[in-house]
Design a protein around this ligand. Structure first.
Ligand code: GLV
Length: 309
């Protein structure tokens, strides 16, 4: 019995160690150092080389090392026989929630601006936003979005959500679909993107949608770089319509050294660290699905190929 780890570029030792620690008898292989590829049924992946699964004719499960699966679904040659699964790790959800709260508070209390004032020895008492002044809009009301909404409502914010389908949540009004997007945007003083990346959501943060936000709105993208049209964000920041943006994800990562985001005074950059999978915590659910596969039981956290998440 074996699991193969397939990734182009991501570190594999942490995962291999975590899986072995929990299951010493398991054979943990790392692509391409696999002799009997036809014996492998379970792959754990992040950004695999396109077409690689043609080398593994008996793959039955392709498990993502993270919450997102766009890095798997981008491959047009996925084996039809394989089930794709994602992680729904409580630690990932917790860390994302706290990071989003940190960015919201950083913006509201001008912490970055005060740091700059400090560097100039400048006693600059800026007005700050309060929870009463600020409605937060969360795009994407899956596990991560719902948890972030819950933390923010507990802090006293008014929070709205936007989702593809109807959702009922205490204390959060969830707007639905294309038809309610404009009304949702018009109320979002701080917009947080936590959407999965699919053909429907790619480039969803563009000049048309960002223009619908109230004047001086703030944009937080902690989902995927391809949700955002970079030039459109810069245009709306420069025109003064938007107050600023915090970006953790980029179309190309690492963000190229000459990208205009780096030096933009209204953009706050972090290097895709909002929520990082801890293999020691996530290995349990990977092994649970591995065991289910051996027993012929339904897997957990299955990705819908039609929806793309
Ligand atoms: C991180 O970006 C993830 O999808 O887990």
């Amino acid at each position: 019995m074996s699991i193969v780890i397939i990734t182009a570029g991501k570190e594999t030792t942490g995962w291999a160690k975590a899986l072995k620690a929990k299951r010493p008898e398991l054979e943990v292989l790392v692509h391409p150092d696999v002799v009997a590829k036809d014996k492998v049924e379970f792959a754990l992946t992040w950004g695999h080389p396109l077409g690689v699964f043609k080398e593994y004719p008996n793959i039955k499960c392709i498990a993502s090392m993270g919450a997102g699966v766009d890095h798997i679904l981008r491959d047009p040659e996925l084996p039809a026989s394989a089930t794709i699964t994602k992680l729904e790790d409580p630690n990932l959800t917790r860390d994302m929630g706290l990071f989003v709260v940190a960015l919201v508070l950083n913006h509201m209390r001008n912490l970055t601006a005060h740091k700059l004032s400090q560097q100039q020895h400048n006693w600059n008492r800026k007005r700050y936003l309060t929870t009463e002044d600020t409605t937060i809009g969360i795009m994407g009301m899956g596990t991560l979005g719902t948890h972030a909404a819950c933390l923010l409502t507990n802090l006293g914010f008014k929070v709205n959500g936007w989702a593809r389908t109807e959702k009922q949540l205490a204390d959060v009004k969830v707007y639905k679909g294309e038809e309610e997007l404009d009304s949702f945007l018009a109320k979002s003083d701080i917009l947080i993107c936590l959407l999965p990346l699919t053909p429907q959501t790619e480039n969803i943060l563009n000049k048309h949608t960002l223009n619908k936000l109230p004047k001086n709105a703030y944009v937080i993208n902690v989902a995927r770089g391809k949700h955002l049209v970079d030039e459109d964000l810069i245009t709306l920041l420069d025109s003064g319509h938007l107050e600023g943006a915090s970006l953790d994800v980029f179309r190309e990562e690492p963000l190229p050294k000459d990208h205009p985001f780096w030096n933009h005074p209204k953009i706050n950059i972090t290097p895709h660290i909002a929520s990082i999978t801890d293999p020691a915590s996530a290995a349990t659910q990977v092994l649970d699905n591995y065991d289910r596969l051996q027993r012929g039981e339904p897997l957990k956290n299955i990705v819908s190929l039609k929806l793309g998440y």
